[in-house]
Design a protein around this ligand. Structure first.
Ligand code: NAD
Ligand code: UDP
Length: 319
């Protein structure tokens, strides 16, 4: 691939994997990241000639020179996006405005990392891209959900008014090696807790569901959406339809850590927590020929090995 790609938020969990994949395919990548929830460690071992790191906030406008902009900038974990809700909102909305304007001015294509959170607590199951969602716009998740929805609106208006080539990936829960040890999400918490003999913290009944996609599958889907010709305006769910309850995820993690002394401990349910979530990926299959390949147990096994190595090495939490 002889492309120049800007990856905003490229020092994060998904970004780290995506940048590595782009570099492997021959791209020259500029990462723009303020290191809020990211780390430069993701780029260790990559050829310096192919990766330029710019420590900057996407809320500040800047001009770019590239063929493709991929916007991943925004904390994805409720723990982090709710800690600074105004910052989250500004990042999603103003960050997207700034990056889209820069893409327009340099003639680049734009891929937006949106989210299954735009469906809120869904009343349609599984969620198709046409479903308009059931989002609480005043609750503590709204900074993220509504920020991402506003970004989608803005990008589609950019397409209509300026012709900017825009693609929107609605990413469902993604997990895998390289998640920050204290990312605060279900999989990262459960794996770290199980390996450290700490209580496994289930919030609520544990009957709520999610559909977890392994990070290599997510990255492959994102790149297909970014690089396939003639898809301007496409909105595509990228996720794994293998829906599981959170209790089942906890038990599956524990089964992969047979020496763990951890017990399940129940905490109060998170406010506005979606009860079910599962992608309909018909569109991804039809447009991109994409579907997940890595099974949950296989992905969890890789994640447990990675976390065990990092905990053993006493790696400081990245955040
Ligand atoms: P992450 O928190 O690991 O990475 C986000 C990156 O964005 C970090 O490197 C962070 O430092 C950077 N960032 C945050 N605010 C910024 C700002 N104002 N300016 C510059 N950089 C900034 O999250 P992730 O899991 O890698 O998610 C990446 C993207 O994918 C996010 O946009 C998220 O909304 C989306 N997404 C992720 C998931 C998931 O399950 N991981 C699901 C749906 C959508
Ligand atoms: N969750 C949990 N224990 C944790 C972290 C999360 O039970 O330690 C629950 C959370 O309340 C939600 C589900 O697991 O119902 C998925 O949470 P996560 O933060 O991973 O993703 P999101 O809520 O953004 O889908």
């Amino acid at each position: 691939m002889n492309s120049t790609v800007v990856v905003a938020g490229g020092a994060g969990f998904i970004g780290g994997h995506l940048v590595r994949q782009l570099v492997t395919q021959g791209a020259h990548v500029t990462v723009i990241d303020n290191l809020h929830t990211g780390t430069r460690r993701h780029f260790e071992g990559l050829p310096e000639a192919q990766v330029t790191f710019v420590e900057a906030d996407v809320c500040e406008p800047r001009s770019l020179a590239c063929d493709l902009v991929i916007n991943l900038a925004c904390p994805a974990s409720p723990l982090h996006y709710q800690a600074q809700p105004l910052k989250t909102w500004r990042t999603s909305v103003f960050g997207t405005l700034n990056l889209a304007q820069a893409a327009l001015e340099c003639g680049a294509r734009f891929l937006q990392a949106s989210t299954s959170e735009v469906y809120g607590d869904p009343e349609v199951h599984p969620q198709t891209e046409d479903y308009v969602g059931n989002v609480s716009f005043t609750g503590p998740r709204a900074c993220y959900d509504e920020g991402k929805r506003a970004a989608e609106t803005y990008l589609l208006d950019m397409l209509r008014e300026t012709g900017l080539d825009v693609r929107i990936a609605r990413i469902f829960n993604t997990f895998g090696p390289g998640m920050a040890l204290n990312d605060g999400r279900a999989v990262s918490n459960f794996v770290r807790q199980a390996l450290s003999d700490e209580p496994i913290t289930i919030m609520g009944s544990g009957n709520q569901t999610r559909s977890f996609c392994y990070v290599s599958d997510t990255v492959r889907g994102l790149l297909k959406l970014a690089l396939t010709e003639d898809l301007s305006g496409a909105i595509v769910n990228i996720g794994n339809p293998d829906e599981r309850s959170i209790s089942e995820i906890a038990q599956t993690v524990l089964a992969q850590c047979p020496d763990s002394a951890s017990q399940v401990s129940y905490l109060p349910e998170a406010v506005d927590d979606p009860r079910r979530r599962c992608p309909d990926i018909s569109r991804a299959k039809a447009l991109l020929g994409w579907q997940p390949e890595v099974a949950l147990k296989e992905g969890l096994s890789e994640t447990v090995s990675d976390f065990a190595r990092r905990i053993e090495a006493k790696e400081a939490c990245w955040l």
